[in-house]
Design a protein. Structure first.
Length: 294
């Protein structure tokens, strides 16, 4: 872990309710053994998935997903699953699959995943998988649906950085989006001084480990190795989270995409300006640093 980042302690699934306590307190936790009996840990290999589902056509994405222009918030290609796995797991091509709904696309794989009883209303309709090459990064964001998430790594180690929801202004969130464009590896504090007000958490997820992320928590995922993972999701419990999710899904996100199509560069500059104005207001307010509560 790098200097300036806090660590996140690990808990065991059967450790006297430690996970339920974290969920009740709305704080992240790493669970070392929640998925220990999942068949996916044995069966999900590039070779095995290619053999069973290689002809399945999948949408793929790259780093341009968050950049203004024609690929903004969209896929770049459709290809055979076997070709995608070959490109990402062995050849290091920077392609990703994310939020790939197993329930709709590959329901046969649901038998390889277990929904644990942890006090969350986990939905079998929204079991999402993620695939990426070593060295790729899913940039800093929070989930638009405001779900509670159990994210389990199946293959390949993953570095994760987390910030609480209250850090949005200090992270220079772009309006009408759930994204931040700050570089956490080389933070420019001269341009983004409010970043210093948002200490974050950093951890490495090993295969078989699970991260619990409460609704609204910011996260950045970096693939230390080529890999794949699964997210189990629970719909927001609090009405405030439900309302914010509905507003974002039905109003602000569609408007963001529409404005990008009309004038991508101009719209992006306006979002940058508004993010900087909000951060400046935060610094002027004298508000204390946003410390994660563990």
């Amino acid at each position: 872990m790098r200097p300036g980042w806090q660590a996140l302690p690990r808990v065991a699934f059967g450790d006297g309710g430690a996970l339920r306590e974290a969920i009740s307190a709305r704080r992240p936790a790493v669970i070392s053994d929640l998925a220990v009996d999942w068949p996916a840990l044995r069966r999900w290999t590039p070779e095995g998935l290619s053999r069973r589902f290689g002809e399945h056509m999948v949408r793929v994405y790259d780093a341009s997903f968050g950049s203004p222009g024609s690929n903004y918030m969209g896929s770049i290609d459709t290809m055979r699953f076997a070709d995608f796995l070959e490109a990402t797991q062995y050849r290091g091509r920077d392609l990703r699959m994310f939020l790939y709904n197993l329930s709709r696309q590959l329901p046969e794989l649901l038998d390889d995943v277990r929904l644990p009883d942890v006090g969350l209303r986990l939905s079998r309709r929204f079991v999402f998988s993620f695939f990426g090459c070593g060295g790729s990064t899913t940039p800093l964001h929070y989930d638009i649906d405001r779900a509670d998430v159990l994210h389990t790594v199946i293959r390949g180690r993953r570095r994760v950085r987390l910030f609480p929801p209250a850090a949005s202004a200090a992270l220079y969130r772009h309006p009408c989006t759930v994204r931040s464009y700050v570089d956490l590896d080389a933070p420019d504090l001269a341009r983004f001084p409010a970043l210093a007000r948002a200490p974050g958490l950093e951890l490495v997820l090993e295969p078989g480990e699970t991260l619990y992320m409460p609704a609204g928590w910011w996260h950045e995922f970096h693939y230390l190795e080529a890999g794949m993972s699964v997210s189990l999701r629970a719909a927001p419990v609090h009405w405030g989270d439900r309302a914010r999710a509905a507003l974002c899904l039905l109003v602000t996100s569609p408007w963001d995409r529409f404005a990008n199509r009309l004038a991508p560069a101009r719209w992006y500059r306006w979002k940058c300006l508004r993010a900087e104005q909000r951060a400046k207001a935060l610094l002027s307010s004298g508000t204390e640093d946003v410390e994660p509560k563990l």
